[in-house]
Structure formats: structure tokens, C-alpha cells
Write a protein that binds this ligand. Structure first.
Ligand SMILES: Nc1ncnc2c1ncn2[C@@H]1O[C@H](COP(=O)(O)OP(=O)(O)O)[C@@H](O)[C@H]1O
Ligand SMILES: C=C(OP(=O)(O)O)C(=O)O
Ligand SMILES: [Ca+2]
Ligand SMILES: [Mn+2]
Length: 676
């Protein structure tokens, strides 16, 4: 009885053999058995089944006993310190890292950072009454304590591995589970998408003249003082916690233009997400990281104070380009961090004559690069992830004089209705290490049901880019040959593919059109047209014409061809027609890549004046002119004019814009839109 209890307490009770043999036999148990046998140890048998003595009990101690006297000792054998941690030079580095993080977390009013200790607070118990163990680096800052958080240590979990982050998420964050594929399911809380209306950018002497402000701009102004109020709120929140996660990583695979980013967050989910999405430093790069170029304070669990000036909700995402800082309050949606940093790149890169692009990018074996522009849900991730091509990136790129470079180190795929058959590469990337946001899974088997929208329709998977088998590492490539503009046209009037003139490419790039159907729950069945300049108005910092001018320049210089691909409806608008199959879109894209489509015959459409091919291998020819697939021809014409009118009205703001840098082209570009 005594023995049974002890075994259970040690967690080593073997249910298979019902307590009669042991997987591990600690020394103490061997002694117990000997005592129970009047001091006579039974000889072990070699057949693996154990021998039965006169008492009818199996006394199999044939397995080699472990070299530990206590369970704690046994457990300590399991983990060995990371090799490089031992040298004193590195110890000094770790102290510097903590000092740098403390400076990041310092209040701007007193300039003093929190006391930090590296490591897991759960291991504190092991050190009660002892001095901090040698390998546990800490810094104390000389201070007169004015608040309770000054009196405590905050544990820093610095660049943890995916395994460590899994354990933290599962132990401490409700809604974290390991799914059957090994991916980590998480919940982002009340916000399951970005909150563009809650974005604020500090308007100061550095940004007042440079940035795009006012109507249509994503940059809603805030003053520096208010930024500091929100920053202080985030920092106070983070410093009040027992532990914070810190990621020091890179953005941009172009070594000459990469930036160092630090992300301070309260959730393992956020840390793992950014581990996957940013470029992961090597051990050596991390040791020499130094000070970050940009820092995110993610206090997403904590709301902003609505009494604060400029706040219109309890969510606020604030960027100060001067301070090179971003503060997140009141939203835990992880995409906010990656797209926030993307906005920053949209400011920093153009300053160096580098064009930042909201696009996916892949490359053929022959080195032909294609860019895929498009708003959310139009197919950047899906179509850049292509079995037959090498993936450079799915969402954020830079185009410099040296070619294309991915900004990120991972992909962020929509996974609603994901199927293994249609999207095998994304399917295979959803494995251990991948963050699965807001998906629904079977309670027992933990198998994900990708058709489930009960948490949100915006279910997502974030994985490191090397989880795609044919990814190009480093994620850089030569100048693009094709620039593909994706629109998911739920009106169903844009052709599945059109070849664009230079002016048309600029017109459609500046327009940034897509139309999706509004959420089914509110009963709206009408498609909603969205125009988002440069296919990413939510992220651009300068006036759209500045990016457009750079794109025009680069496309001309490098002889790239522009295409417009409708990944949306055919045969009628949403409700009547259907979404063009992914298989057909892939065939069309294949024909663009191969050059087949450049050589084929074309005819020009009415109203939009688009050049559409007469045939593409593997796609029924009647699909190419939308009028063929619509049963109700009058309805088609009406819808076509309706959309053309929406385009015209949207473009007005740009034709009026004087100082965009494309003035010589302006008339030509405006004329490249619909004519009626
Ligand atoms: N013909 C099509 N072309 C591209 N995507 C399609 C098509 N039909 C359905 N889809 C679905 O639309 C979604 C496109 O989303 P995604 O590639 O993540 O867009 P983005 O990266 O531009 O936000 C995916 O869920 C994809 O499966
Ligand atoms: C992450 C996002 O981008 P996309 O939908 O373009 O993949 C987003 O818009 O939140
Ligand atoms: Ca995107
Ligand atoms: Mn995407």
C-alpha cells in the first residue's frame, strides 16, 4: 500500500501492468521491494515479463535503475543547460540584453526600467530561500520604490523556442490546445480581425508634411503626449505582470535594408506568432543584437482609457515613427503586430527609394518572379503558394534596385474551408510550431474542422516560411517579370484575366479594388465594393501616388507585364453565380508564368477596355468574356455600369491630387479607367 501510494505520487504508475512492474525503478523502490522480501532481492528475468515469487507478485527489477535518488533529481537529469550559456562572456551579454529590455520598458516620466530576471517564474519555487541561481541572469535598478511593481522582479522570457512557448500557452492561456496535426490552437479574444479605425499615428514635426493625412488615409492623427499616455499604460500593465515575452528578430531578407525589431508581449501566443512571422535570428545574430530599431509594446489584453484624447473605443494601435515605437491596447488579434510593422516599413523603405508592397511573391525554376497584389482574401497567400514554383513570401515585400526581398519570415494563411486536396502545401504547413487562430476542433480527437465559422470566418494559420517545402531561403529574388493584381469581384463582371497596359496597371493599382460579400449574419447579400489604394491603404504611410510612381518606374525599367485576375464570381453576382474554381485560377496563373498568355490572341471589352485572352490551356473559353457566363444579359450590363461608376467615383480623389509625382502620367492613368 505504502509502495503503491508513493509510485502514484511519482507519477510512474504503469497502468498496463497494473502495478506489478515498473517502467522506471528509482533506487528507493528497489530498496522497498527488497525489504518486502525479507531482504532478499529477487533475481530479474530476461524474458521481459517478470518472474512471480511465492507471494504471487512480480518482482521484475531487471531494467537498469536510473541514477537519481529523488524524483526532483531525476527531473533535473532531463534538461541540460543550453551549451553556449556557460561562458562568462556570454553571461555578460545576457546581462546587457536584460539592461536593454529594462530600458525598453522604462517609464518615460522617470526613465527607470523595471527589475528583470531571465527565466520562467514557475521555477521560482525551486529557488525559494536561495540566491538566484548562477544561470538565472537578473538586473536590479537602483531606485526609490514608488509603486508595487518597482518592488518586484518581472521575469523575461526571451526568444523562447516553439516548444517552450507551447508549454506556456497550454499551462496559462485559456483556449490553447494542441490539435491533431501538432499545431497550437489559440483564441485571440473579442477581436478576430484588425481594427483599422483604431489605428493612430503621431503627427509631429517629422511626419506632418511627409505622411498621407485626411480623407481616405489610414493615418488617423494623435499627438505625442497622447501617445506617451498610451505607452505608459501599456508599459505599466506589462511591468505589473509576473512575466513578459520578448522577441528580438529581424524584418527584410535584404541584408542591407533589414531592421531589428523587439516585440514585448504578455502572451505566449503572441510571442510564437511573431517568432513565426518575423525573421528568426541565428544564435550569433542574437548575441550581437544590440538595440532594436523598432519596438512593439503589446498590452492587448488591457484596454486603452476611453477618457484619453483621440480614443473612440477601448482599442488603440498607436505608432510613433519618431520614437520608433508601437503600442497595442485592447486587441489581441496577432495580425495587428505584423501589419503594424508593415506600416512602419511603408515609411522607412520609400525613404531609401525602396518600394514596399502588399503582395505575395514566387519564382519559377527559371528565375521568373511574379508579384501578387490584392486585398485581404483575394488569394495572395493561396496563389503564391504553388507546388510548381518557389515561394519567396505571401504578403509583404520590398522592391529595391537589387530585386525583391520578403519582409517577413513566415506566412499567415486564411484557413476557412481549407482542404488538403486544393491547398496541399498550406495543409502540410499546419503542424507542430504553427499557430492556428480561432479555429474549431473536435473536443476529443482535436481534429480541426476548417469549415466551422462559429468563432470567426477569419480563421488563420501562422507558420515559418520554411514549413512550405519549396520556399526560397533567403527569401529574395530578381526583378519581377509579372505583376498580377488580384480582385475578388463578387459582382462577377470583371473577366477572369486581363492583360493590362502600363497605364491600366497604374490605374488598377491606385484603385485597389475588390468586392466581397458582407457577413451573412446581417442578411446583406449585395456585394460590397472596397477600394484600397495600392491594395493596402490600411498600411501605407505616404500618399498612394508616391508608391504608384515608384511601381510605374520599376515596372518600366525592368519590363514587367501587368495582369488583372478576378478570383471572385463568374456567371452572375454573388447569390446567382459562383466563385471561379481555384483550379481554373491556377491554370490562368500558370499561363501567365509560362508566357503562354503573353503570346495568345486578345479582344477588348466594353466599358473597362480590358484585353482578354481568347483561350487558355485547361480553361473553358466561354469563361473569358463574362457576358457569356451570365444568363441575364441585361442584368450583366447594369451591374457592369454600376461597378464602372463606383470605380470612377473612387478615382476622383486621385485625379485631383496635384503633387503625387506621377503628374506627367496622371491624364493617361485616369483615361485607363472605365469609359462610358
Ligand atoms: N479562385 C480562387 N482563387 C484564389 N483563392 C480562392 C479561389 N477560390 C476560393 N479561394 C479561397 O479564397 C481565399 C483567399 O485567401 P488568401 O489567399 O489568404 O488571401 P490573401 O492572402 O490575399 O489575404 C482562400 O481561402 C482560398 O481558398
Ligand atoms: C493579415 C492580414 O492580411 P491578409 O488578409 O492580406 O493576409 C490582415 O488583413 O489582417
Ligand atoms: Ca495581407
Ligand atoms: Mn494573405
Amino acid at each position: 500500500m505504502v509502495r503503491a501510494r508513493r509510485l502514484q505520487a511519482a507519477g510512474r504508475h504503469s497502468s498496463e501492468s497494473a502495478g506489478t512492474s515498473y517502467i522506471i525503478t528509482p533506487q528507493q523502490e528497489v530498496t522497498d521491494m527488497m525489504e518486502a522480501n525479507n531482504g532478499q532481492a529477487r533475481p530479474g528475468t530476461t524474458n521481459g515479463y517478470g518472474s512471480r515469487g511465492d507471494d504471487g507478485v512480480c518482482h521484475d527489477d531487471s531494467a537498469t535503475p536510473v541514477r537519481a535518488n529523488t524524483v526532483d533529481e531525476l527531473h533535473s537529469l532531463q534538461r541540460k543547460p543550453t551549451a553556449a550559456l556557460s561562458s562568462s562572456q556570454l553571461e555578460e551579454r545576457h546581462k546587457q540584453q536584460l539592461q536593454s529590455i529594462s530600458a525598453s520598458l522604462a517609464s518615460t516620466t522617470c526613465g527607470i526600467g523595471p527589475k528583470l530576471v531571465k527565466g520562467d517564474p514557475a521555477r521560482k519555487k525551486e529557488m525559494v530561500g536561495k540566491a538566484l541561481p548562477h544561470h538565472q541572469h537578473h538586473i536590479t535598478v537602483p531606485t526609490i520604490s514608488v509603486s508595487d511593481s518597482d518592488l518586484k522582479f518581472t521575469h523575461v522570457l526571451y526568444n523562447l523556442s516553439p516548444s517552450e512557448l507551447y508549454e506556456h500557452a497550454i499551462k496559462y492561456e485559456k483556449g490553447s490546445f494542441i490539435t491533431s496535426s501538432g499545431a497550437l490552437a489559440t483564441l485571440s479574444g473579442a477581436k478576430t480581425g484588425r481594427s483599422p479605425r483604431d489605428k493612430r499615428v503621431v503627427k509631429d514635426e517629422t511626419t506632418a508634411d511627409d505622411l498621407w493625412w485626411g480623407k481616405g488615409s489610414p493615418n488617423i492623427e494623435m499627438d505625442e503626449h497622447t501617445f506617451l499616455i498610451n505607452r505608459e499604460r501599456a508599459v505599466d500593465y506589462l511591468n505589473s505582470l509576473d512575466k513578459v515575452f520578448v522577441n528580438d528578430q529581424f524584418l527584410n531578407w535584404d541584408p542591407n535594408n533589414r531592421i531589428k525589431v523587439r516585440i514585448i508581449s504578455a502572451r505566449a501566443y503572441h510571442s510564437l506568432f511573431m517568432h513565426n512571422m518575423c525573421i528568426r535570428p541565428t544564435y550569433e545574430e542574437l548575441e550581437n543584437f544590440g538595440e532594436p530599431d523598432f519596438t512593439i509594446y503589446n498590452a492587448g489584453q488591457f484596454p486603452c482609457n476611453r477618457y484619453t484624447h483621440y480614443m473612440t473605443s477601448s482599442t488603440s494601435i498607436d505608432i510613433s515613427l519618431k520614437r520608433r515605437e508601437m503600442v497595442i491596447l485592447g486587441t489581441q488579434y496577432a495580425g495587428e503586430m505584423k501589419k503594424g510593422l508593415f506600416s512602419v516599413m511603408h515609411y522607412l523603405m520609400p525613404k531609401k527609394q525602396i518600394l514596399s508592397l502588399h503582395s505575395g511573391c514566387n519564382m519559377g525554376r527559371a528565375g521568373d518572379v511574379a508579384l501578387f497584389f490584392g486585398l485581404s482574401g483575394t488569394g495572395k497567400t493561396t496563389l503564391s503558394t504553388d507546388r510548381n514554383r518557389i515561394l519567396i513570401g505571401d504578403d509583404e515585400h520590398c522592391w529595391s534596385d537589387n530585386g525583391i526581398s520578403n519582409i517577413e519570415g513566415g506566412c499567415y494563411a486564411k484557413c476557412i474551408d481549407l482542404s488538403q486536396e486544393k491547398e496541399p502545401d498550406i495543409w502540410d504547413a499546419i503542424k507542430f510550431g504553427t499557430v492556428l487562430e480561432n479555429v474549431v476542433f473536435d473536443e476529443h480527437s482535436r481534429e480541426v474542422d476548417y469549415t466551422e465559422k462559429s468563432v470567426t470566418e477569419n480563421t488563420r494559420a501562422a507558420y515559418p516560411i520554411e514549413y512550405i517545402a519549396n520556399a526560397k531561403i533567403p527569401c529574395v529574388g530578381p526583378h519581377p517579370k509579372n505583376v498580377i493584381l488580384l480582385a475578388c469581384d463578387a459582382f462577377g463582371v470583371l473577366p477572369p484575366v486581363s492583360k493590362l497596359s502600363h497605364a491600366q496597371t497604374m490605374y488598377h493599382f491606385i484603385s485597389g479594388y475588390t468586392a466581397l460579400v458582407a457577413g451573412t449574419e446581417d442578411g446583406i447579400k449585395e456585394p460590397q465594393a472596397t477600394f484600397s489604394a495600392c491594395f493596402g491603404a490600411a498600411f501605407i504611410m505616404l500618399h498612394p501616388t508616391r508608391y504608384a510612381a515608384m511601381l510605374a518606374d520599376k515596372m518600366k525599367k525592368h519590363g514587367a507585364t501587368g495582369w488583372l485576375v478576378n478570383t471572385g464570381w463568374i456567371g452572375g453576382s454573388y447569390g446567382v453565380g459562383e466563385r471561379i474554381s481555384l483550379a481554373y485560377t491556377r491554370k490562368i496563373i500558370d499561363a501567365i508564368h509560362s508566357g503562354e498568355l503573353l503570346a495568345t490572341g486578345y479582344k477588348r471589352t466594353e466599358v473597362f477596355g480590358l484585353d482578354i485572352p481568347t483561350k487558355v490551356e485547361g480553361v473553358p473559353s466561354e469563361l473569358f468574356d463574362p457576358i457569356n457566363t451570365w444568363e441575364d444579359k441585361d442584368s450583366y450590363k447594369l451591374t457592369l455600369f454600376k461597378l464602372a461608376d463606383l470605380f470612377k467615383r473612387n478615382f476622383k480623389v486621385f485625379t485631383n491630387h496635384k503633387n503625387g509625382g506621377v503628374s506627367d502620367l496622371a491624364d493617361e492613368i485616369a483615361a485607363a479607367g472605365p469609359n462610358f
